[in-house]
Design a protein around this ligand. Structure first.
Ligand code: ZN
Ligand code: MN
Length: 151
């Protein structure tokens, strides 16, 4: 566990310094938590978790730390149509599925063929497509079970 934390700290320190940012205990706590979970937490959820280890931390600091991590390429921000955002410590390209009942986000393993999406363009060819958003929706294991049992 100590070894794990040290490795995380080294990765974080290098990335922060490469981006002209300082290493701080708050940033380290936020990064350690994000690297340890697959739950794609909101800033509020990160705050509630990290507060146990770093009692002086504020929600504003957590939010800024998360944005700094995103800026350094150590985290990915997932944004939604309702203005909410979640953070992912996993930065390799992968797809997500969102539960329509509880909003839980899970990683989808495996390759989705998206090559054709990358070649799409508008009629005039003047719109420069630089990316796309692809989200899978459905029901997580908890909600699918409830659905079957409850109806
Ligand atoms: Zn669910
Ligand atoms: Mn993910």
């Amino acid at each position: 566990m100590a070894q794990q934390t040290e490795t995380n700290h080294d990765v974080l320190r290098k990335a922060l310094e490469a981006n002209g940012q300082r290493f701080t205990e708050q940033r380290a706590a936020v990064y350690s938590y994000l690297a340890s979970t697959t739950s794609h937490p909101t800033a509020d959820e990160v705050f509630l978790e990290v507060r146990g280890d770093v009692p002086v931390i504020s929600l504003a600091t957590v939010y800024k730390s998360l944005e700094t991590l995103v800026g350094c390429g150590l985290a990915v921000k997932l944004t939604y149509g309702d203005g909410s955002a979640r953070y992912d410590g996993r930065t390799d390209p992968h797809h997500h599925a969102r539960c329509l009942s509880c909003s839980r986000i899970v990683d989808l393993p495996g390759h989705v063929p998206t090559e054709e999406l990358e070649e799409l363009h508008d009629d005039t060819g003047s719109f420069q497509v630089t990316g796309y958003r692809l989200e899978f929706t459905g029901y997580c294991s908890d909600c699918a079970t409830e659905d079957v049992a409850g109806r």
